[in-house]
Ligand binder design. Structure first.
Ligand SMILES: [Zn+2]
Length: 163
């Protein structure tokens, strides 16, 4: 770097989305399909308190490693969040954490729910039958679960979704 030159500014903002807006976003199909399913600490399958944050200042809405690291670090410090998940909406980039209401743990596992609506959508896109898609997804889920068990770090998974 040339002397006297400032390193590029990198400012990321994190704004909690709450109230009606959060309800609307979490209720939208592409958010609803991916939701907290199990507490890693007490194994409860709910209820969970979800926290949603809008990420601003990221250079693009594409997933970015630097932004992820910053956001994870901040949410860990601020809320003790152990698992943070990132989502991409049409124009926005979000982070989400969940807290187990029963034991207070934030080590909550998220999962995609293969609702009939999701299955129909996938079938339509791939030109396969719903039954074919279902059995293929079940295979895939088993493979992912095995991968998860094989991964020693126990770090939360993450998933990027685009519409
Ligand atoms: Zn728990």
């Amino acid at each position: 770097m040339a002397p006297g030159k400032q390193p590029p500014q990198y400012r990321v903002t994190l704004e909690q989305v709450s109230g009606e807006e959060a309800d609307r976003l979490l209720g939208a199909a592409h958010f609803r399909d991916f939701h907290p399913v199990r507490c890693s600490a007490c194994q409860a399958d709910g209820p969970f308190e979800r926290r949603l944050f809008r990420i601003g200042g990221a250079r693009s809405r594409e997933p970015d490693g630097t932004v992820e690291v910053l956001v994870r670090a901040h949410l860990a410090r601020q809320y003790g969040a152990q698992h943070v998940f990132f989502r991409v909406d049409d124009t926005r980039y979000y982070a989400e954490t969940a807290r187990c209401v029963r034991c207070g743990s934030t080590a909550v596992v998220f999962d995609i729910e293969f609702t009939d609506e999701v299955l129909r959508k996938v079938a339509e896109l791939t030109g396969r039958s719903v039954d074919e898609v279902r059995s293929r997804l079940e295979e895939l889920t088993r493979a992912l679960e095995e991968q998860d068990r094989a991964r020693p770090s126990g770090r939360g998974g993450r998933l990027f979704r685009r519409r």
